[in-house]
Design a protein around this ligand. Structure first.
Ligand code: SAH
Length: 218
């Protein structure tokens, strides 16, 4: 990719090359081993989810701005968080923080269905337009606070949170099915990615993964 090329100068083949390189150098070489995750990240057109001005950087090893002071997460972080959820086609996922919709697409590729909640209506609207244009039909969209979910008993096999609360919200732990896994950044200035697992006996186990920097949960 030329340094000064505009997005319209880049062909689908250019983006595809950049995407395959991203998966090899940023994910596979950094120990992401789940082949289904690597395959999904080879398939999903990440550049479609970033603003035009940033499209040629879409496969770089970094987060990028998406408007409303929010960011699309770094590819490695998307991959490792997804892998930690142990995705499967018979499992249901909940995502808090639709943002650009990129992570939503990865989840939709790997899970039976995805419920995704976004605080900002305009971000949700943009993500919905792209995801429906790309043909995803197993996604349900909600706008509002991901901690005030509709009052029902729905539980999820996997919960992905992409904005950081100060503590792990009990509301979300309550939504974990037996055997369910939640991945969530926690903290303020210093944040750690936490993996919360509800085991077969219903007990909650919390493990710390690595240090991260996410936007705060609204
Ligand atoms: N996974 C997204 C990350 C977006 S950044 C991506 O890769 O594009 C985090 C997102 O969480 C932002 O869009 C932000 O608006 C949203 N968010 C923050 N607080 C929220 C809340 N309480 N409920 C739902 N979404 C929230």
């Amino acid at each position: 990719m030329g340094l000064f090329s505009k997005p319209e100068d880049l062909t689908d083949a250019d983006y595809q090359r950049a995407r395959l390189r991203m998966v090899e150098t940023q994910l596979a070489k950094r120990n992401i081993a789940d082949q289904s995750v690597l395959e999904a990240m080879r398939r999903v057109l990440r550049h479609r989810f970033v603003p035009d001005d940033y499209q040629r950087e879409a496969y770089d090893d970094s987060p990028l701005p998406i408007g409303n002071d929010q960011t699309i997460s770094q590819p490695y972080v998307v991959g490792s968080m997804t892998e930690a959820l142990h995705p499967g086609k018979n499992k249901r996922a909940l995502e808090i923080g639709t943002g650009s919709g990129y992570q939503t697409a990865i989840l939709a590729e790997l899970f039976e269905s995805v419920v995704t909640v976004e605080y900002f209506a305009d971000l949700s609207g943009r993500a919905q337009a792209i995801l429906s244009d790309l043909g995803y039909k197993n996604i349900e969209y909600h706008i509002g606070d991901g901690l005030s979910l509709p009052e029902n008993d729905d539980c999820y096999d996997a919960i992905m949170v992409t904005a950081a609360p100060k503590i792990i919200p009990p509301e979300l732990i309550n939504r974990l099915a037996v055997g369910g896994r939640m991945i969530i950044p926690v903290g303020e200035m210093i944040q750690y990615l936490k993996l919360v697992v509800r085991d077969e006996d219903g007990e909650i186990d919390i493990r710390t993964m690595y240090q991260v920097r996410f936007v705060p949960l609204q």
